[in-house]
Design a protein. Structure first.
Length: 328
């Protein structure tokens, strides 16, 4: 349905507005936003600010009052809504698995609608279960009630991915899980998206989740007004106003350190030092800092060489004294 040319599939929202009948004000008011092809954009904002309404207009579960939506250059409002939804993956917090269908049947739903042969569907189900770390032989024939909340959410994500849609809409998909499961799902999903490079809109009210997963973040106020739209590191480095700053909280520097990798940091000495605490090349600078603090030292060693506390501070443009003292 959407041509995946060299540009991929880009989503454009133009003056998008939803005024629910009988409501005093629009739920979404005049939103204009471009989501670049192959990027994961997070909408973050407080409950009731219009995130879900914005999302549901994109797959036309809610009809816009006015404005335009384009996906891959095509005018979404001119398409058949059912046809559209078969090409846009949708994962929601409540998961929405069919209780009387097995995991395999739930995941195979859209491919079946699209008329894939049974053998191809079965193959795809196996592949997706493995992708979301659910052992196919253990899980394919279970019913949703025989799964934990976190496992159900993984099945929900697998189902959204089933027909390999170029676009995914994910509305607080990990919201119903406990913190440990959620972190695990976030890590898996981040790894998955590195391979898939789909165009994804991901809604959350959790700013930590937004900086962890987003290529870009749109911080929304009431009526989906955009307070700031930028990369996580740009938002952390320069919040547009007090509203944005209130999402970031007191520890912007630590959050920026969590986004940077040890491999990105210039080394003070270009060989590993076995006497120092050791940190992996793909660890974050936050982990490197924690290691230094735990060992009471201002340096540690990675496979490519020795890292110093001073270099770490320089990487986030912070004077060397304030990182550990002021913000920890
Ligand atoms: N079907 C509806 N009819 C009327 N008002 C609605 C409907 N759905 C949502 N709203 C209202 O629109 C606003 C935005 O809701 P929603 O998009 O669900 O926000 P969020 O997902 O950010 O929590 C809220 O004030 C909500 O009460
Ligand atoms: Mg919502």
């Amino acid at each position: 349905m959407f041509d995946r040319d060299t540009e991929g599939v880009r989503i454009e929202l133009r003056s998008l507005t939803k005024h629910y009948p009988g409501q005093p004000a629009p739920a979404v008011d005049n939103v204009t936003l471009d989501i670049p092809a192959g990027e994961l954009v997070v909408f973050v904002g407080p409950s009731g600010c219009g995130k879900t309404t914005t999302m549901k207009m994109i797959n036309r579960l809610v009809e816009p009052t006015s404005g335009e939506i384009r996906i891959g250059g095509r005018d979404v409002l001119g398409l058949d809504p059912d046809e559209l939804r078969r090409h846009v993956g949708y994962a929601i917090q409540q998961v929405g698995l069919f209780p009387h269908q097995t995991v395999a049947q739930n995941i195979g739903l859209v491919p079946k609608l699209l008329g894939w042969p049974a053998a191809k569907i079965a193959e795809r189900v196996e592949e997706l279960l493995a992708l979301v770390s659910l052992e196919p032989s253990l899980f394919r024939d279970r019913y949703p009630r025989q799964l934990s909340g976190g496992q159900q959410q993984r099945v929900g994500v697998a189902r959204a991915l089933a027909a390999d849609p170029p676009v995914m809409l994910m509305d607080e998909p990990f919201g119903a899980t406990d913190p440990i499961t959620r972190e695990h799902l976030q890590n898996e999903f981040a790894r998955l998206q590195k391979q898939l490079r789909k165009t994804i809109i991901f809604v959350t009210h959790d700013f930590e989740e937004a900086i962890k997963l987003g290529d870009r973040i749109a911080i929304l106020r009431e009526r989906s007004h955009i307070a700031q739209y930028d990369t996580p590191s740009a938002i952390l480095a320069a919040p547009a106003d007090d509203y944005v700053a209130s999402f970031i909280g007191q520890d912007a520097t630590l959050k920026r350190l969590a986004l940077l990798q040890v491999a990105d940091l210039p080394v003070a000495y270009p060989a590993p030092d076995p006497r120092l605490p050791q940190v992996a090349a793909d660890a974050s600078l936050r982990e490197a800092l924690d290691l230094m603090l735990a060992h009471g030292t201002d340096r540690c060693s990675s496979p490519s060489g020795v890292l110093t506390y001073a270099a770490l501070c320089a990487a986030v443009g912070s004077p060397a004294e304030t990182v550990s003292a002021g913000e920890r």
